[in-house]
Design a protein around this ligand. Structure first.
Ligand code: BGC
Length: 741
């Protein structure tokens, strides 16, 4: 019987013979053949021998463990050559269960797209989905089955370096983006060779680390958890995310990795998630340092009971689960449930039918050299650039500009543009990345003279390059200054207490402004930086984040108006770190400050504005938009009715452009207090100069609901304020309606 099954499953004729059976039946038939050791093996994931994001356990026995059926997945193994070698070893194991290859494909594989926070600034769900689609196409061609993305953690604290990896501060925008990213990665569904499994991470509330210190504790009310931090995860489940990753943090005293409430009750229970959960790197073992378990044995028991199906790198499962079963501390049904979940995905990916279906070197070559991917990366990058300031319409620059000085430490480097979390693709160097200098050269060709000076370093206090920069500036018609962070200053374990533009870069700006030349500042960063001086004195500012491999071309497109900026901030930019955490959807309090002159015994700072430097939803265009004709289909709504909202947007400027029209609501009186405004819808609209369009939004019960005191999701009758804005502060039109019984 055993032999019969094996021959059916693992020889090519057998694949088709078994194809009529459901995946669950096929999973069960494999499970029946497995020893406990092999089952635990499937729950075990190791790092390949390179490219680590955490402490690596030196383990020369990995190959032998794989042959023994003791390894279910590898991470940080990419490229058809390398994955094929490992997969061949898996095929030497008794049951030939294929190995799963996971990788952090966070914003592109070879073709690098803007960092996720930058992409979120596009508010362009199609573009965001496309970027994930292309990343999946490239990664899957190179042997990757599974990306550890999207990170859907809401983040409201720019001191936390991982803000760069998410979609910012807002649960509504964050949910839409989570959905788009999962769809993009998984394409038309697992089983297609260009789809990879998505992994919504880090479950949950990792982004609310106290003090913005990575890995730190999270202490949060249930309501905050449900209303703000969980929605993007729920959206990922709704989009069909194949996997979840738990988190390093503890949530209200219980490490997320051993958190039964999160993983079993919410994710697998209430949300009926049928994929599997992987731990974060070593996080099962780290529960010992948390002080939540005594040793690795207890750690393994806690994690498996809580619902963590796969152990990334800690080896707690490998070394302890069998003993746990023997001691009757771990019911075999828990192990079976985890293994079923993992095997199901291997079947869905088609790996049992052909373990090498992602190892086609020719497909890899073609996918990694597809000009359409490059073109898309350039477009998405342009859509992610935020125009923060543009005095006297300094931008766009005229294509007849004769002499341009391009100054700053980020003008010439190539790799910096990739930002954090790029993939080291075997055999690919950084040459294909378009530097900002090359982008400008490509744009102006021979029509303008380009002058360069580095001016200063990103960090440090060396001013010796200032003189040359000033000389160069004096010879030019316009200066473009490219400053900011180093690409590895925002990312995992990159928390900072000082988020000012580092070094003497703003001093260099001061000197350049003193020449009297118009200066356009490009700010490159993975997080909101603090740049008071620049915000006040520079006539034009573009926030360019890290834009990926086409950064240079995209920046040039925006500088010269070939792309009219349309991005809006997905996160508030503080004036000083003292304002952090700062977010637009705060409560009113009993003593709200009406404005910055209203400080006396108010909820305000005595020494600082209550407003951020740039608010959520903010971003300028080369054109202007006028909002009018706000109409509501009714002003009294019964609970199961809907209100249709229409508003007319007109492009009143001289350029074609896109605007992100934002709809905010405020529930005026609630059984628990409600935020002063909450984003509930938005539309990105493209208008030619002079053109107008009428947009329609629908308000339904869902948009009016929140968690009341017993944490029921309810819409309470009463008055609501409706705001249509170009940002959270720039509210152009208001109205009211009432929800009636
Ligand atoms: C990170 C995860 C990542 C994993 C694997 C961890 O340190 O927190 O987000 O997926 O490493 O690289």
């Amino acid at each position: 019987m055993k032999l019969f099954f094996l021959s059916l499953t693992f020889c090519s004729i057998g694949f088709y013979a078994t194809a009529q059976r459901t995946i669950d039946q096929r999973v069960d038939s494999v499970l029946k053949l497995m020893t406990l050791d092999e089952k635990i093996g499937q729950m075990n994931q190791y790092n390949d021998d390179w490219n680590a994001t955490g402490p690596v356990t030196l383990d020369s026995t990995k190959r032998q463990q794989l042959r023994n059926g003791q390894l279910g997945s590898l991470l940080n193994c990419v490229g058809t050559r390398r994955t094929r070698v490992w997969q061949e070893v898996a095929m030497q194991s008794r049951l030939k269960i294929p190995l799963l290859f996971g990788q952090d494909v966070i914003h592109g594989y070879k073709t690098t797209f803007p960092i996720p926070l930058a992409e979120a600034a596009s508010w362009d769900l199609e573009a965001i989905e496309l970027s994930a689609r292309i990343a999946a196409t490239e990664a899957s061609s190179a042997g990757v089955h599974w990306t550890f993305a999207p990170m859907v953690d809401i983040a409201r604290d720019p001191r936390w370096g991982r803000v760069m990896e998410g979609a910012g501060e807002d649960p509504y925008l964050g949910s839409k983006i989570a959905f788009a990213r999962v769809k993009g990665f998984q394409g038309n569904g697992l089983g297609n060779t260009n789809a990879v499994m998505a992994c919504a991470k880090h479950f949950a509330a990792y982004g609310a680390a106290i003090g913005g210190r990575d890995y730190n504790s999270v202490d949060m009310s249930e309501r905050m958890l449900w209303e703000v931090y969980l929605p993007p995860f729920k959206a990922a489940v709704d989009a069909g995310a194949a996997t979840f990753m738990n988190a390093f943090n503890d949530l209200n005293g219980v490490p997320a990795t051993g958190n039964r409430y999160l993983q079993r009750d919410i994710l697998k229970g209430k949300w009926k998630f049928n994929g599997f959960v992987v731990s974060d790197w070593g996080s099962i073992g780290e529960m010992i340092q948390h002080g939540n378990v005594k040793n690795e044995y207890e750690a393994a028991l806690s994690a498996v009971t809580a619902g963590s199906d796969m152990d990334m790198e800690s080896r707690c499962y490998r070394n302890n689960l069998a003993q746990g079963v023997k001691d009757k501390k771990v019911p075999v049904r828990l192990i079976d449930d985890a293994v079923r979940r993992i095997l199901r995905k291997k079947f869905e990916l088609g790996l049992f039918d052909d373990p090498f279906r992602f190892c086609d070197a020719q497909r890899e070559q073609a996918a990694l050299n597809n000009p359409a991917h490059t073109a898309a990366a350039r477009q998405v990058a342009a859509k992610s650039i935020v125009l923060l300031k543009n005095e006297k319409n300094l931008l766009p620059l005229s294509k007849n500009t004769k002499t341009i000085a391009f100054i700053g430490p980020l003008v010439k480097p190539k790799k910096q543009n990739k930002g954090f979390w790029d993939v080291e693709v075997p055999g690919v160097d950084s040459n294909f990345i378009v530097s900002q200098w090359e982008g400008l050269q490509n744009k102006v060709g021979n029509t303008a003279t380009l002058l360069y000076a580095k001016g200063c370093d990103i960090e440090g206090d060396d001013r010796s390059g200032f003189a040359e920069a000033i000389e160069v500036a004096k010879k030019s018609d316009v200066v473009i200054l490219s400053i900011g962070e180093r690409r590895d200053m925002s990312g995992e374990a990159k928390s900072r207490s000082n988020i000012n533009i580092p070094g003497v870069q703003e001093d260099l700006l001061k000197e350049l402004l003193a020449t009297g030349k118009p200066v356009v500042v490009l700010i490159n960063a993975g997080r909101p930086l603090v740049f008071d001086y620049t915000a006040e004195h520079a006539p034009a500012i573009l926030y360019t984040w890290w834009l990926g491999s086409e950064a240079g071309n995209a920046i040039a497109d925006v500088l010269f108006g070939d792309y009219n900026p349309s991005a809006k901030l997905p996160i508030s930019f503080p004036r000083s770190v003292g304002q952090v955490p700062i977010y637009y959807s705060h409560f009113n309090t009993g003593r709200p400050a009406g404005n910055d002159d209203d400080k006396n015994y108010r909820s305000a700072y005595n020494d600082l504005s209550i407003y951020p430097q740039y608010e959520f939803g903010y971003g300028l265009s080369y054109t202007t938009f006028q909002y009018s004709n706000l109409e509501l289909s009714k002003r009294k709504m019964r609970i199961h009715e809907k209100i249709e909202v229409s508003v007319t947007i007109r492009n009143t400027g001289a350029y074609d452009g896109e605007d992100v029209v934002q709809l905010y609501l405020r529930d005026k009186v609630g059984s628990v207090v409600r935020p002063v405004q909450e984003l509930k819808d938005f539309a990105k609209v493209k208008l030619k100069a002079g053109e107008s369009k009428t947009l329609r939004f629908v308000i339904d019960k869902e948009k009016l609901s929140f968690y009341n005191q017993p944490l029921q999701w309810v819409a309470e009758p009463g008055d609501f304020e409706l705001m249509i804005g170009a940002s959270a502060r720039d509210i152009r039109l208001r109205d009211r309606f009432e929800l009636v019984q």
